[in-house]
Design a protein around this ligand. Sequence first.
Ligand code: GLU
Length: 348
Amino acid sequence: MAFLMAVTITAVGLAQDTDLPNVKILATGGTIAGSASSATSGSYSAGQVGIQTMINAVPGIKELANVSGEQIANVGSQDMTVKIWIKLANRINELLASDDVDGIVVTHGTDTQEETAYFLSLVVKSDKPVVTTGSMRSSTSISAEGPLNLYNAIAIAASKEAIGKGVLVTLNDEIHSPRDVSKMNTTNVGSFSAPIKGIMGGVFYGRLGFFREPTTKFGNTSEFSVEGVTTLPRVDIIYAYADMAPDLIDIHVKAGAKGIIIAGVGNGNMTEATLNAAKKAYEEHGVVVVRSRRVATGWVLRDNEFKDDDYHTIASHDLNPAKSRILLILALIEGKKLSEMQELFYTY
Ligand code: GLU
């Protein structure tokens, strides 16, 4: 079933059944809310369809939960902003503090869904379930998978099994931990996977089960918060390559970056000249450089080919560049010292 016409409605819902959990959907756009000129066209515009139209496209929703929706944004997730992140986090914390809300679903584009989900997992303070979802096919596509993904997300958010597991990501019948999941394919419906630690659980037409717990800190045990925060410090990502120019670091420092993530070659490597530029960036400007990886999967190990302390660098462990950026942003907000940073990458 297609989501069809674009409408933007705030605070919409269905009639209440007092025996069912109350789930709120916060919509932000993405392909799940995208529409194309024809059902067989791969070209479409993300973030076109409003929350009520998305809810209407999901049959059987009334048996799962009392569902209502709010439109937080309606963007392709390449246009997701820090401002929307903060708005989303504050709204989720506000809703979950109420006895009237048992779980939250966030609909989101797939491009940056892992970033938003990871960010939320570190700043949402509740044991109640928060589940992000999206789709690879637009709402008007033949075999659009968005309605089933949304149905599954609502089932997870309404379930007792998901309580205390932090923010979860679901697409394609899988349940993932935000720290571990990545978008791995540009177009395939099975795009999301967690290559290092594997999936957390599965969901099949609303029936669900978990295979493992999250392995790092999140939610109520997280020391991070964006309460009262209006802007986030600038942290940039630089992609490493053979014969990388070291002045890229200086350019980002001059532009105002307070932290830099290197999407390093291999095990978080970069040219010797760039390492020296990283050392200088910290010594002269206090800018922290984290070594992540441009390789799709694997750990970036501390002190692997050189001593990180010699260059004041931090190893990202299993965090990819985009998520390393989020953790560094939150660490900078909390005023963490360089000496505390490495442990954060192991812990969160
Ligand atoms: N660029 C779009 C987005 O992230 C399309 C990807 C998707 O949602 O599947 O919103």
